[in-house]
Write a protein that binds this ligand. Structure first.
Ligand SMILES: C=C(O[C@@H]1C=C(C(=O)O)C=C[C@H]1O)C(=O)O
Length: 427
């Protein structure tokens, strides 16, 4: 099915941004978010929380990105923007989450909040976005919402998963036959949480523990991603490619350093990483100028895993951050190589719809600047029904020649850790 809501005709958005005096730390920012339907984007001393909704556009099918990008261009050019703050994320902003697969049942969305409370390092501001009328812009942030109970979920991520192991075996078989060089195989684990559980609790845990990652919540998908698909801001483009993973040994610093060195020197991991970097370079170079990459992969240490990482930088052309995200998606880090073979293999080998897992999640402003990460280390919350809602967590990894299914399974368990910890019962 292919569909999309174009920007409603004659929709003129009005965005008014005003600085806030009060410095907003991460907890104060998060406290303003909706407890059961949060709209959140936080990393370290930068972040934004959306409250309420002025506009929501839905898209699906292979044209979801181009229709969303076009709708946003139309809305932005018709908008009236009063923004004396002029920092990344001030003025008119939409948040988005896009399905991984062209055939996904999951909606891809752009959401324009009614209020946006944000900070960039030492500066905080509030933006009010309206469709009709000219409301007086608030100059104080709405007060914090009362904290509710933490939503605890039991996610049996270490329980045997025969279907996943079989898929990894089949992916390896196809690679050995020369059909593909790399296929990213994922699995999912489901549980339930109380429908009135306060999702700001897991988001706060993610933002605190994974402070080098983007903690996000958009339209029911939430997580903490280490992988920047593309950032367009301050006249520059940047991206971070990750591929190649080892579980950390935080209990034993010497063992942890050995694990890191082994990752850095493993030819299998370097090979897998090179595919992912090449796919990003190939997809990005027609759209930007002066693309350069960090010399050789470095080890990025997160609380749960080491990743091989490469940073990219370039100068922007005229494409918006969403158009660049569309050009990049799906990278070899989440699909494989060659892309089209890997995407069809995933559809055949995985027994579920990835939804927005491994798709782009992020935000865009009226100039097309914005930040899009790959929705990793995440869970999708279902709608409330009978006092509960489902929670489905996702994790995967790249299968290449010689990949060992049991090790790949263990790697997914490490990748589930952020979500398992975020939804653990308080002790
Ligand atoms: C697919 C995931 O992660 C991706 C796969 C990686 C790998 O195979 O080593 C590393 C980082 C991500 O690009 C995931 O977290 O689910």
């Amino acid at each position: 099915m292919t569909s999309g809501s174009a920007a409603p005709e004659h929709t003129a958005l009005r965005a008014v941004t005003r600085p806030l005096d009060a410095p907003l730390g991460m907890p104060e920012l998060l406290a303003r978010a909706d407890p059961t339907d949060p709209l959140v984007w936080i990393r370290g001393d930068r972040g934004a929380v959306g409250v309420g909704e002025t506009l929501r556009l839905r898209f699906s099918g292979p044209g979801r990105f181009s229709r969303a990008a076009q709708a946003w261009r139309e809305l932005s050019s018709a908008a009236e923007i009063d923004d004396p703050v002029r920092l990344p994320g001030s003025g008119l902003v939409a948040f988005g989450a896009f399905a991984f697969d062209d055939e996904s049942e999951a909606a891809s969305v752009l959401v324009v909040p009614r209020l946006l409370i944000a900070r960039h390092r030492g500066t905080a501001w509030i933006t009010e976005i309206s469709r009709d009328g000219n409301p007086v812009p608030p100059s104080t942030a709405p007060s914090a919402r009362r904290a509710g109970a933490a939503p605890a979920a039991r996610l049996p991520v270490a329980a045997p998963d025969e279907a996943y192991l079989a898929s990894v075996g089949k992916a390896r078989g196809r690679i050995e036959l020369g059909e593909a060089e790399k296929i990213v195989v994922a699995r999912r684990v489901a549980g339930t949480v109380a429908a009135d559980g306060d999702l700001r609790v897991p988001l706060g845990r993610l933002a605190e523990r994974y402070d080098g990652c983007w903690t996000y919540a958009v339209d029911g998908i939430l997580g903490a991603s280490p992988e920047t698909l593309v950032r367009r801001a301050d006249g520059a483009i940047s991206a971070r490619v990750l591929a190649g993973t080892r579980a950390r040994r935080l209990d034993d610093p010497a063992a942890d350093a050995r694990v890191r060195d082994e990752l850095l020197t493993s030819s299998k991991e370097q090979h897998e990483h090179a595919f992912a970097v090449q796919s990003v370079v190939t997809a990005l170079s027609p759209h930007v100028d002066g693309l350069r990459t960090s010399e050789e992969p470095f080890a990025l240490g997160l609380p749960n895993v080491w990743h091989l990482a490469t940073d990219l930088g370039a100068l922007p052309g005229r494409e918006s951050s969403l158009e660049l995200a569309a050009a990049l998606h799906p990278t070899a880090a989440v699909a494989g190589t060659p892309t089209s073979v890997a995407v069809s293999a995933i559809a055949e080998l995985e027994s579920f719809d990835r939804g927005r897992y491994a798709g782009p999640v992020g935000w865009i402003d009226a100039d097309g600047d914005g930040e899009w990460v790959i929705a990793l280390r995440c869970a999708e919350l279902g709608p409330p029904a009978g006092g509960i809602r489902t929670i489905t967590a996702y994790a995967g990894g790249g299968i290449v020649e010689g990949s060992d299914p049991a090790r790949e399974f263990a790697e997914t368990v490490s990748k589930f850790a952020p979500i398992v910890e975020a939804f653990a019962a308080a002790d």
